[in-house]
Design a protein around this ligand. Sequence first.
Ligand SMILES: NC(=O)c1ccc[n+]([C@@H]2O[C@H](COP(=O)([O-])OP(=O)(O)OC[C@H]3O[C@@H](n4cnc5c(N)ncnc54)[C@H](OP(=O)(O)O)[C@@H]3O)[C@@H](O)[C@H]2O)c1
Length: 247
Amino acid sequence: MSNNIEGKIVVITGASSGLGEAAARFLSAQRASVVLGARRVDRIRTLADELTGKGGKALAIKTDVTHREQVQALVDAAVQTYGRIDVMINNAGLMPQSTLERLKIDDWDRMIDVNIKGVLYGIAAALPYMKQQKAGHIINVSSVAGHKVRPGGVVYSATKHAVRVISEGLRQEVKPYNIRTTVISPGAVDTELPNSVTEPDIAENIRKVYELAIPAESFARAVAFAMTQPEDVDINEILYRPTRQEF
Ligand SMILES: NC(=O)c1ccc[n+]([C@@H]2O[C@H](COP(=O)([O-])OP(=O)(O)OC[C@H]3O[C@@H](n4cnc5c(N)ncnc54)[C@H](OP(=O)(O)O)[C@@H]3O)[C@@H](O)[C@H]2O)c1
């Protein structure tokens, strides 16, 4: 583990596109073993095949993070196959934004289920192993929207604020177990995320914001920065944006 990435076992939720996929590629290129979870199993299988074809170690496990037994099965598969879990990246998320008065309550439920409960299920699955190992690193994905709120983005922002609170509380609680915790809050990054916006006017606003979006590899580099620190250095929070982004 010369660079603190090589040889590590990294579980990534939401690895079928965007930030998760970019992190998987980046870490695999640096010889981490990656365990990929997402609902679109064809995509993660293709990605795992590609990474394995390049000499990497990769596993694809169909995972819906709203089902805690599936998240547990993802983490269990990592441990059964590779013997341990070093890093858990709770990345799966969606952003179907709308103003509260439109009462898109099913969308609120989905964001709460995936963006908050999915993260908690990831922590629940990984923590017992990491406690036993007395080592590990949990990386949660928040957002600039976890620091700010704007009309139309209330529930999404609330879920991303929750991820920051969960991460900071987790940080304090896991001190006895030598577990590192990082929350990464990106600004506009070029992924499929805007596709989850169904309201036409809000989709148009978001499309404008995403005109300045930066590549998903920016996230992978942030993950690598946190991972590559010496084990006694815990990078707790990373907030980054496109240089031109105002919000
Ligand atoms: N892109 C940005 O500008 C940005 C900025 C700040 C924060 N973020 C956060 O970054 C994370 C990744 O998003 P992204 O930008 O990479 O968007 P993306 O390209 O749409 O990727 C979202 C990922 O989440 C997965 N996912 C969604 N629902 C899921 C579920 N129920 N179970 C398992 N996986 C699920 C999707 O996989 P399947 O559909 O195959 O399940 C997909 O792999 C999200 O938490 C998002 O809020 C993104």
